[in-house]
Design a protein around this ligand. Structure first.
Ligand code: ADP
Length: 140
């Protein structure tokens, strides 16, 4: 059983799209096992987006990701990492496929609604980063 971390980004929260995105993952059979509203900090974003910290658009990411609360979520099921990445599709919504989260709801590459762990190693690190103080449940 895999676990994957999702962040519903500020545009998802302020545009009342939380339910729509949750519905996509639930319809794939994934199980939500932890969730919390959080205000992200610049320090945490530097760690989370370390692979982008030297990009010219990094300050834009920080200002966007701190512009409103986010909802961090932990989802579980077989192939959860790939299933959620597929449901979200491309980083740039202009390159997304119809009936995917980013095609349906995201506006631009820097307002793209969701984050999801890229692979199992990232999923484990992100679980540690975001869920060490949040309770995680188990059910069948
Ligand atoms: P993903 O979120 O699809 O895993 P990345 O890890 O490459 O993609 O990028 C993280 C986030 O940084 C993206 O979701 C997007 O919000 C932002 N980003 C990536 N590339 C750009 C870019 N060229 N211009 C602006 N923002 C970007």
């Amino acid at each position: 059983m895999e676990q994957t971390v999702v962040i519903l980004k500020p545009d998802c929260v302020v545009r009342w799209l939380i339910w729509n995105v949750i519905q996509r993952y639930e319809s794939l059979g994934l199980r939500l096992i932890a969730s919390s509203m959080e205000n992200l900090t610049e320090d945490l974003l530097k760690e989370h987006y370390a692979h982008l910290a030297d990009k010219p658009f990094f300050p834009k990411i920080v200002s966007y990701m701190t512009s409103a609360p986010v909802m961090v979520q932990l989802w579980e099921w077989e192939n959860a990492v790939a299933a959620v990445r597929k449901a979200n599709w491309a980083t740039n919504p202009a390159e997304a496929t119809p009936w995917t989260v980013r095609w349906d709801y995201a506006l631009t590459i820097d307002n793209n609604i969701v984050h999801a762990s890229e692979n199992l190693e990232d999923a484990r690190a992100e679980k540690e980063r975001f869920f060490s103080w949040i309770s995680v449940v188990q059910y069948t």
